[in-house]
Ligand binder design. Structure first.
Ligand SMILES: Nc1ncnc2c1ncn2[C@@H]1O[C@H](COP(=O)(O)OP(=O)(O)OP(=O)(O)O)[C@@H](O)[C@H]1O
Length: 421
């Protein structure tokens, strides 16, 4: 059977769970073989109007213009929308790491600005093997050695990797069979990069019997171990964490980090849920904050205020000052505008020019009915509000709707234990 047959069939199974009603999908396509194959395979399975192809131009190599032009031409032939996002290096830090982080930030922000349900990426089995070997070299634990997950979450955005079970060689074979071209980025073979070194050394490790099959078996064992840890954490959370709107209320058991993996996992998940998964504290900082909270102090960590309740529990509230401002670009078709704010609120409302979403903060004074909502003051101050420069247009959570709505994207207990990327 030609590669095309089996590969396309396996891919079709992988996308079966996708529901167009949940919003568009962003396809991250660099123009390399893997993401080019991803674009064509997805386009054959899903309706074009729910796909947006996004290429990030790093402005670092001359060939990038031609690579992105090739993606644009192929996307157009498939009837897909194609967007280019430009990245600029501010000359700080390691260039590779900065480019990777900058690329993700552009993909994430774009996905959130169009209310996308997920970003799909072209990582393959080869990338998985390299990732696990690099993490082994860093002494990673169970979570790290699970490698990349087929479905995970970063900064509150879902990442799908439908090609993880396929090899680069198979994808290239498939592209050739379909007479489709791709671009080869020379840095993918530059031995100065750690990933390239790992790839080259892995060829030797295979001679010792560390075949892809064996290595991926270990990954499966780790995934099973991780699933057990996550199940225990979920169960613990149902007993010790209560979601109240956008806040979480924890009892003392969650702060008892000496009790092992489970409370640490639950506390970390709780913070990540409240801060939109924008940052995770280091363990030392977490331990210190938990001890202070146990001693009755109010703590601010990871963009979250840990406030004492009268009954001794601790309320986690988003810190208004840690949220960002998102511009609301107007729609030309007169439809409502939808975007995701602070990685966890879906905001919808009438189009308009020059509007922004940012935390309500002191705008609370302009919401006469806020007390009737029953939501604590500090929680309302961190809730989303629509602003026209300094004028408050709407604060839906604080009782000033004016045609706008805001809802928390996902419930804590059912989503907070998704695998983090
Ligand atoms: N410049 C980019 N623009 C958009 N998406 C990108 C870009 N670079 C990488 N990606 C996404 O990240 C995935 C993994 O990145 P990686 O650096 O391994 O890819 P690559 O070698 O540039 O290209 P490919 O994976 O397509 O062969 C890609 O498959 C793609 O989905």
């Amino acid at each position: 059977m030609p590669v095309s047959q089996t590969l396309a069939d396996r891919f079709a199974e992988g996308v079966a769970a996708y529901d167009p009603a949940d919003g568009p999908v962003v396809l991250a396509v660099s123009g390399g073989s893997d993401s080019t194959a991803l674009m064509h395979l997805v386009a054959a399975q899903l309706p074009a109007d729910c796909l947006v192809v996004v290429s990030v131009h790093h402005g670092l190599r001359q060939e990038a213009d031609a690579e992105i032009a090739l993606v644009a031409a192929q996307a157009e032939a498939l009837g897909l929308r194609h967007e280019v996002q430009h990245w600029a290096w501010d000359q700080t830090g390691n260039l590779q790491a900065a480019a990777r982080a900058g690329r993700w930030a552009l993909l994430r922000d774009y996905a959130q600005s169009v209310g996308a349900q997920a970003v799909w990426m072209g990582h393959t089995e080869d990338d998985q093997i390299e990732t696990v070997l690099m993490r082994l070299a860093r002494g990673s634990g169970v979570d790290g050695l699970t490698g990349m997950a087929p479905l995970s979450r970063r900064d509150g955005v879902l990442i799908a990797r439908p090609l993880l079970g396929m090899t680069r060689a198979d994808l290239r074979e498939w592209l050739k069979e379909q007479a489709l071209s791709w671009s080869d980025d020379p840095s993918n073979t530059d031995p100065r990069y750690a990933r390239v070194k790992v790839r080259q050394m892995y060829a030797q490790l295979q001679d010792l019997g560390l075949t892809p099959k064996r290595l991926l078996q270990t990954v499966e064992h780790m995934q099973a171990a991780q699933a057990t840890l996550i199940a225990a954490a979920k169960d613990f959370a149902t007993r010790h964490v209560v979601q109240e709107g956008a806040d979480l209320v924890l009892d003392g058991a969650v702060l008892d980090l000496a009790a092992g993996d489970t409370p640490r996992r639950v506390l970390t998940a709780a913070l990540a849920w409240v801060n939109g998964a924008n940052y995770r504290p280091r363990f030392d900082a977490l331990r210190q904050a938990a001890a202070e909270a146990c001693a009755g102090q109010t703590v601010t960590l990871a963009g979250v205020i840990w406030l004492q309740e009268k009954d001794g529990r601790v309320r986690l509230i988003r810190e208004a000052a840690a949220t960002a401002t998102s511009p609301l670009s107007p729609r030309t078709d007169g439809q409502d505008r939808t975007l995701i704010w602070d990685s966890r609120w879906t905001i919808s409302g009438p189009s308009g020019t020059g509007l922004q979403v940012r935390a309500l903060a002191d705008g609370l004074q302009s919401c006469p009915q806020w007390r009737e909502t029953g939501v604590p003051r500090r929680s309302l101050m961190a809730s989303p509000a629509i602003w026209d420069k300094e004028t408050l247009v709407a604060a839906p959570v604080a009782g000033l709707a004016n045609g706008w709505s805001a809802r928390i994207v996902a419930d804590f207990h059912s989503t907070a234990f998704a695998i983090e990327d």
